[in-house]
Write a protein that binds this ligand. Sequence first.
Ligand code: FES
Length: 173
Amino acid sequence: MCACAGDSENTIRSLSASGPPIETRRSFLGALLGVGSVCVGALLSVPLIRFALFPLLRRTTELKSSPLGALEQVDGWRKAISERAVYVTKDTKGNLRVLTSVCPHLGCTVPWNKEKNQFICPCHGAAFTSDGARITGPSLRGMDALETSVENDQLLAQFQYFRQLVSDKEVIG
Ligand code: FES
C-alpha cells in the first residue's frame, strides 16, 4: 500500500517535471476562469446600465415649434391632438398657455375631466386645474407648460420632455 502511494507521487512528479508545476496550471486556470467571469458579467450588465441611464441620456433629435392653429380660433382651452397631445389653455390673467399632456409624476397621459373641470391623471390620481396648477396627488409640480411663439397669426409650441418626480421643471430633451 505504501508502495502504491509512493508510485503515484512519483507519477505526479514525473508528469509535472515535463511541464509547468500543477499548482501553477491550477492557478492559471483559476485566473482564466475569473477573468472570463468578469468579462461575461460586464457584458450582461451593459443592457441594465443602459436601461438605468436612459432617462438621463435621452435627447430629442431636433427641437422645433409645431403649429397649433390660428390665434382667433383659441378660446378658453382647446385640446389639439397631433403626434403628442398638448392642451392650449389660458392662465388666470388670460394669457395663453400650452401644456404637455405628459404627467409630471410618472409620465402617463393626463386627460381633461369635464365633470370635475380638472385634469386628472388616470394612473395615480394627480389632479390639476384648467391652467395646469397642481391641486392634489403624487405629482410634485403642476403640468408643464411648453414654450410658445406666434408666427403669421399661428400659435406654435415647442414640445419638450421634462424630468419626472421632481418639484422643479427641468428639460431633459
Ligand atoms: S403618472 Fe400621473 S399621477 Fe402618477
